[in-house]
Design a protein around this ligand. Structure first.
Ligand code: GAL
Length: 664
């Protein structure tokens, strides 16, 4: 049965430039109804999509709902979330669904979205938690055809431009603005081996401080609990006999503690009984799957975590395995099936698409209520995720893909951590570390390593305590790279403030800022950071790489060599450098590296002025630890270079501005 387009009833939102189309009988439980935070507003340029809403065709048939959105011959499409394998999605069939396995680039990922952007300057979001397929220009040329089986109607949003970056910003602001993590989250996170006990973690903490290796967050892996698969959420008192004292003493050394868990609730968990009738009908690892679409289930989970952990000083959690696995494949048989039912009315399929998001929301709300900021790790996310301060990670370990994920995260409204574990060579380790330094979260995930990977890159030798002959040398290079991260924190923090208040993704593809430059339509191995930096990471396979620099002039961050834009260059950044370029006209504030970022931090900043003419930079100042910025308790400091001298407006809260160094 086929109902051809009956009636298209566009309802206009209060926000400028966002149009909402509702057709048929859309699902009530959607990513928007479940997850969207209060929208933020900002002054944005005005534009509109290059087609009329009436040119979007929607029909409901026996299979579900089909949407056809016009697409002209010259359009390039980006998005569908944290895509591993592809960048320009034009011509592809994409099925952005939550999974831990990218499966031949079908669209499966930890962070899928039913959102795409066109270089014609607009974005489309299909508001559904059902598994949806996008045919981007084929089989019906001239359209993106969207197949939503099971849906009896649909809501969709059109985010206007005039350009792609503006459309992206509208989407992020509409999602509640980008996340502003706790400032200490922008330092270094090190996750210790899963079976470490309290004294082994203390020894690791002492190592970082004794060896001057920056570290803000230590993460515990599964075995801090009495049961982990599924989770009891109860400290293992054998391994962590004095956990409260332990958290406090780490705190005195400047470490925040983060706990691994997943949401599958073990019968031994104190919240098991309360959640029993608020869970799906298929267990995972013998544990309940909480129905996070139900606010009562979220409250039970959150209240327990607040009382037991957050109020005892735990700074955040790693929300593991909230994605999905390909049941039965490769021996992986975990996660709930799509046919599950949840009391809220969601199917297992729909729950998968929102589970990571709702889990983030559950945990984030604890910290928000306590007026303490956090930075979470999460293995799944989705539409409208931007306001949650969580960074995604993956067990997959392909460095090229990790770089592409950083680039694609800018179209996803998500943050991504290209984590570092063991390595094939020292070069591999250091190239991976460079990428981690130039990302939303610098994360070493040593969950199966006795020693930091820079002391022994080989997993087996590492666990046999056989350190490399070159361990101390490599440690020195790591220290240098991590110090560079700490120098960049003020700049990165400002980029995150722009994410929150202006909706500008802190890490993003070149095509977002240079949408008319054909040379960047396909560039998925370089990305912009904030307003003035361009990263071009290398992998172990490269001794050199080529980098395309867009219009304007650019400077090598390391050598200060000047490059004219609009051209491609071959570069060979060293292993102890950052593969980074600075745009002429930028004042780059670089801080003296701190070992960690304490409450009441103060950064000593040197202003590097790049270029011959005027230059500008910004610093965002607040306490970095609370949500008082939501009540306007923050200060913007503007760094200006004009007529051969530097000036500072704003009181520089949190920063001591030192020398100005001009690089021509
Ligand atoms: C995986 C996770 C790893 C590590 C491990 C511990 O699911 O991706 O990072 O936490 O569990 O068992």
């Amino acid at each position: 049965m086929l109902f051809l387009l009956l009636l298209l009833c566009p309802r206009l939102f209060a926000q400028n430039g966002i149009q909402h189309v509702s057709f048929g009988a859309p699902d009530k439980l959607t990513p928007y109804s479940l997850c969207a935070a209060k929208p933020m507003t900002a002054d944005l340029p005005v534009g509109s999509a290059p087609f009329d809403l009436k040119d979007i065709h929607i029909r409901v048939n026996a299979r579900g709902t089909v949407v056809e959105i016009p697409l002209d011959a010259s359009e390039h499409l980006y998005g569908f979330g944290l895509q591993f394998g592809s960048f320009d999605q034009r011509g592809l069939k994409k099925r952005p669904i939550v999974n831990d396995n990218p499966l031949n680039n079908l669209g499966y990922t930890h962070g899928p979205t039913t959102f795409y952007l066109s270089n014609k300057g607009y974005g489309i979001l299909i508001n559904t938690a059902r598994y949806t397929t996008f045919y981007c220009g084929a089989p019906r040329p001239g359209y993106v055809t969207v197949d939503i089986p099971g849906a009896r109607g649909i809501d969709l949003f059109v985010f206007d431009g005039p350009d792609m970056l503006t459309a992206m910003r509208r989407y992020i602001l509409f999602s509640g603005g980008g996340a502003l993590p706790a400032i200490w989250g922008l330092g270094v996170k090190y996750r210790v081996k899963a079976d470490f006990d309290q004294s082994q973690v203390d020894t690791m903490a002492a190592y970082f401080r004794a060896h001057d290796i920056p570290c803000d967050v230590l993460g515990l892996e599964p075995r801090w609990q009495t049961a982990a698969y599924s989770c009891s959420y109860v400290w293992d008192e054998q391994r962590f006999p004095t956990h409260d004292l332990f958290i406090d003493s780490l705190g005195k050394l400047g470490f925040h503690l983060n706990l691994w868990e997943h949401a599958f609730t073990n019968p031994k968990a104190p919240i098991y009984d309360a959640l029993k009738d608020k869970a799906g009908d298929y267990p995972v690892w013998g544990g309940l799957v909480p129905d996070f679409a139900d606010s009562a289930a979220r409250r039970i989970f959150a209240d327990y975590h607040r009382r037991t952990f957050a109020e005892h000083g735990i700074s955040g959690f790693k929300l593991d395995e909230c994605d999905n696995s390909n049941l039965g494949e490769g021996g992986s048989t975990w996660s709930f099936p799509e046919l599950s039912r949840f009391p809220s009315g969601l199917s297992g399929e729909q729950m998968h698409q929102v589970f990571g998001l709702l889990y983030q929301k559950t945990i984030y709300d604890i910290y928000h209520r306590l007026n303490r900021r956090t930075y979470l790790d999460a293995r799944a996310s989705g539409d409208f995720a931007a306001s949650y301060p969580a960074s995604l990670y993956s067990d997959t370990y392909d460095h090229d893909e990790y770089i592409r994920l950083t680039v694609n995260s800018g179209f996803a409204g998500m943050l991504w951590s290209p984590e570092v574990r063991e390595s094939r060579s020292v070069t591999d380790l250091l190239r991976r570390t460079q990428t981690a330094v130039l990302s939303a979260q610098t994360l070493f995930n040593s969950w199966y390593l006795q020693h930091p990977p820079w002391l022994q890159i080989d997993k087996e030798k590492n666990n046999r305590n056989e350190l490399m002959d070159s361990a101390r040398y490599v440690e020195g290079v790591i220290r240098k790279l991590l110090d560079l991260r700490m120098s960049l924190v003020p700049y990165l923090y400002n980029a995150f403030a722009d994410y929150h208040f202006k909706g500008i993704p802190p890490f993003r593809a070149l095509v977002l800022d240079y949408p008319t430059d054909k040379n960047v339509f396909d560039v998925s191995n370089e990305y912009l950071i904030g307003t003035g930096l361009l990263a071009a990471p290398l992998t172990a396979a490269d001794t050199v790489r080529s980098v395309y620099l867009p219009e304007g002039a650019w400077y090598d961050f390391n050598t200060h060599e000047r490059y004219e834009g609009g051209r491609t260059y071959v570069i060979r950044p060293g292993l102890d450098e950052l593969p980074l370029f600075v745009k002429a006209g930028t004042v780059l504030p670089l801080a003296r590296p701190l070992p960690y970022i304490p409450r009441g931090f103060r950064f000593d900043v040197t202003c590097y002025v790049f270029g011959d003419g005027e230059a500008r930079g910004e610093l965002f100042g607040d306490d970095g630890y609370t949500f008082d910025y939501e009540k306007r308790a923050f200060e913007k400091t503007v760094l200006r270079w004009q007529n051969g001298r530097g000036s500072v407006s704003g009181n520089g809260a949190g920063y001591t501005i030192g020398d100005w160094i001009v690089i021509h």
